[in-house]
Design a protein around this ligand. Structure first.
Ligand code: 0O2
Length: 212
């Protein structure tokens, strides 16, 4: 497929990612303005690279004409939370919205992947407007804690380094690290109220200094 055609296909996905990042950042802002704790710590997004789309299509034997329907994560949004409890709150926020229609959900939090990967995935339908008109496309939203994100970022780079041949001892270490992430998230949750109080008073103090 020609590069110009790829550009035309991917352009609405770039718009969708930009819009979705703005919308989730605005949610953080809304919480901040009311002085409430935000279940969203940070958000980022990306459009899958052409080579990565082709790789996935080949791996899953997806025909080019079915690509946009079957490669569901061409547009990807990642929402990072501080605590495991925040993940469900974010899911509820998304479910209440009328600009995002849920296609499917995968709960890898309670059902960890064999690799040790944990995250909550939602595939949404989202509509964008371009000069060419209205287009409904799909986007994958991954919701996870800071600790889960740390693990998956490291594991992703090791997967990339070793492709299909990750040495057994590294796989074992990653599996142990995934167990440690579960414990770390549990520990953080057990002192959640203390941490939230501390962060609130820190923010109030910082705002007072900013007002001077
Ligand atoms: P990238 O580079 O992040 O875009 P699959 O059939 O397992 O390949 P499927 O059914 O399309 O995947 O969806 P799934 O399992 O929900 O995974 C989609 C995305 O979740 C992946 O996209 C990764 O971003 C992330 N993910 C899933 N499993 C793992 C894992 O074991 N480790 C890490 N680090 N991330 C994972 P891509 O396209 O594979 O990768």
């Amino acid at each position: 497929m020609e590069i110009q055609l790829w550009r035309e296909i991917l352009d609405p996905y770039f718009l969708a990612v930009d819009e979705l990042v703005v919308k989730f950042n605005h949610i953080i802002e809304e919480y901040r303005k009311t002085g409430d704790y935000s279940p969203i710590e940070q958000v980022n997004g990306r459009v899958k690279t052409i080579s990565s789309i082709l790789e996935k299509a080949q791996k899953k034997q997806i025909a080019l004409e079915d690509m946009e329907e079957k490669v569901e994560d061409i547009a990807g949004i990642r929402i990072i939370c501080q605590f495991v409890e925040d993940i469900q709150k974010v899911v509820e926020i998304i479910k209440k919205r009328t600009d995002m229609r849920i296609k499917s959900e995968k709960d890898y939090i309670t059902k960890m992947k064999p690799s040790g990967y944990r995250s909550y995935h939602i595939i949404i339908y989202y509509t964008v407007q371009t000069l060419k008109g209205t287009k409904e496309l799909q986007a994958e939203i991954q919701i996870r804690t800071l600790a889960m994100n740390f693990w998956s970022t490291i594991e992703h780079s090791l997967q990339y380094k070793y492709k299909q041949n990750m040495p057994e001892h590294i796989r074992d270490r990653l599996s142990k690290a995934a167990d440690a992430v579960i414990i770390l998230d549990q520990e953080m949750s057990s002192v959640r109220d203390e941490i939230m109080d501390a962060q609130n008073s820190f923010k109030i103090k910082a705002n007072m200094v900013a007002d001077i």
